[in-house]
Design a protein around this ligand. Structure first.
Ligand code: FMN
Ligand code: MN
Length: 486
């Protein structure tokens, strides 16, 4: 990337309004006026994903909405934001992350910020003032929080966690936050409940894009996503201490609420169904503990980020570069040698399938890579399939991976099946019986689609033109043969 693009990207991820300004300048914004929050916005969003880099959608004057409110979609998916979707980008991400790991920058507490331009407290608290989208046809309610950030503090330490968990609006002052068991906000809120207390919380429904990026990555317990975000933009995230909770509120958040998540023994509401990223309404409708909203802060002309999950088969449902990088990091940290790439085939929704390419170095090497990749925390949640392939496979090409499976994998001898992996409510194959028992686990397959080490030299040779020779021939004939340029 050139410096100019880098500077622009840093400015854009550091501030949602800068992101909008820069995207407008680059001609990447499509303004949509007069759309209906009842399913129509969700449908338009889904149609935008026919493009690998979908346009930034800016909804204005939505039907039945206060005219000052806007909804922005496709914030993290433009070319400027994600770059090329290839292994070099994963490598670059890892290199950058190593630097940032050395230098996380804790947030800086400031006295004031735009988020405090408007304040609602007490009886004035009314979430219905903001857009109320029903994103999918079968959704059981209104979700203001799709790519929101949920901020909670560990009661036993200074750890402040920031995660993205969908947030349904039930009425003026009640929302539910859906966190899969084991996610950090869930671990933390249970600690409060075990002591008979409610868990203080801040939720933002529009925030600097960098906060959305870090809030979706499964960093370890105790890791401050706010400090990682600071590291990523090279300066501290400015936060205001919440007047009620003391929790950090990003100073330029668009809309933030303060409240408490009460224990399920105190009050629950039915949550869902909600269309989820695997392409189903798998988590159905359950009772979830409520969050009581005590205050709302919002900027003038607030912009809500809308990023409803949809089926991952369209081009615009991109792979997850940071997720692949995290697995690659884990493999290296565990001492697995010879890893040449990690990739998440986008059609598998970025969690269900991980592909590892290795340059085999000894007997049992592929097994080591497969077991670590299958078990590491970056892949553990929902990671149903781990596929290990040789280094000659272009793992970013789903056809090449399928070819490796079809031709180098003997199911009987090159497979491990493991039971009891970390799954969740939105995994469609978890049976009703298991859900009933709260057994949110699934089984895993590790597929070693590699040439078996002990007879690899006798494995039939590949008959495709080698990449180097293909490049040479392409150079020689380019310009004379139209199909080479297409
Ligand atoms: C747009 C979006 C929506 C998400 N919705 C949920 C959700 O509703 N519940 C959930 O448990 N995880 C959800 N996730 C995944 C979590 O954000 C992710 O697992 C993250 O690591 C959670 O933070 P934590 O590791 O601090 O718990 C969502 C991610 C994204 C990008
Ligand atoms: Mn976390």
């Amino acid at each position: 990337m050139t410096d100019r693009v880098n500077d622009e990207k840093t400015a854009a991820i550091a501030s949602l309004r800068e992101f909008l300004r820069i995207s407008e300048e680059r001609g990447e914004v499509q303004v949509v006026s007069g759309a209906d929050p009842d399913k129509e916005m969700g449908a338009l969003y889904e149609l935008s994903l026919d493009h690998l880099y979908p346009p930034v959608l800016l909804f204005k004057d939505m039907k039945g909405c206060a005219p000052d409110c806007r909804v922005i979609m496709n914030v993290r998916t433009s070319k400027m934001m994600v770059g090329e979707l290839n292994l070099d980008t994963v490598r670059a991400y890892r290199a950058g992350k190593d630097q940032r790991k050395v230098d996380p920058i804790p947030p800086r507490v400031v006295e004031a910020g735009p988020v405090m331009e408007n304040v609602m407290t007490g009886d004035a608290v009314d979430l219905r003032r903001f857009p109320q989208p029903v994103w999918h046809e079968e959704d059981g309610g209104v979700y203001l929080g799709t790519e929101c950030i949920v901020v909670v503090k560990d009661p036993d330490s200074d750890w402040i966690n920031v995660g993205t968990y969908r947030t349904q609006v039930h009425d003026k002052r009640i929302v539910t936050v859906f966190t899969e068991p084991g996610k950090h906000a869930d671990v933390i809120r249970r600690k409060y409940w075990a002591r008979g207390e409610a868990c203080p919380v801040v939720i933002c429904f529009g925030q600097p894009p960098v906060l959305g990026s870090v809030a979706r990555v499964g960093y370890g317990q105790g890791v401050s996503e706010l400090a990682i975000a600071g590291g990523q933009i090279g300066r501290a995230i400015d936060v205001i201490a919440g007047p009620r909770t003391g929790l950090p509120i990003p100073a330029d958040a668009e809309i933030a609420i303060e409240g408490v998540m009460v224990s399920p023994d105190v009050e629950t509401r039915p949550e869902g169904p909600f269309g989820e990223w695997p392409g189903y309404y798998a988590s159905g409708r359950r009772e979830e503990p409520v969050t009581r909203v005590e205050a709302i802060y919002y900027r003038n002309d607030p912009i809500v980020i809308g990023q409803p999950p949809v089926r991952p088969t369209q081009p615009g449902r991109q792979t997850h570069i940071a997720g692949a990088a995290a697995i690659w990091d884990a493999l290296e940290a565990a001492g697995v040698p010879g890893v040449v790439g990690v990739w998440k085939p986008s059609a598998a929704g970025t969690r269900f399938c991980n592909v590892i390419a290795i340059k085999q170095m000894h007997a049992g090497h592929a097994k080591m890579a497969g077991l670590v990749a299958c078990g590491c925390s970056a892949a553990a949640f929902l990671g149903r399939m781990t596929i290990v392939v040789d280094d000659d496979i272009d793992i970013t090409n789903q056809a090449e991976v399928m070819w490796a499976l079809a031709t180098r994998w003997d199911p009987k001898t090159q497979t491990d099946i493991i039971d009891g992996g970390w799954s969740g409510y939105l995994d469609p194959v978890v049976s009703p019986e298991k859900r009933e028992k709260g057994d949110m686990t699934n089984s895993r397959i590790i597929i070693y689609a590699v040439r078996p080490w002990h007879w690899k030299d006798d494995f039939p040779k590949v008959n495709a033109v080698s990449r180097d020779y293909a490049d040479e021939v392409r150079r020689k004939w380019r310009g004379r043969l139209k199909f080479l340029d297409e």
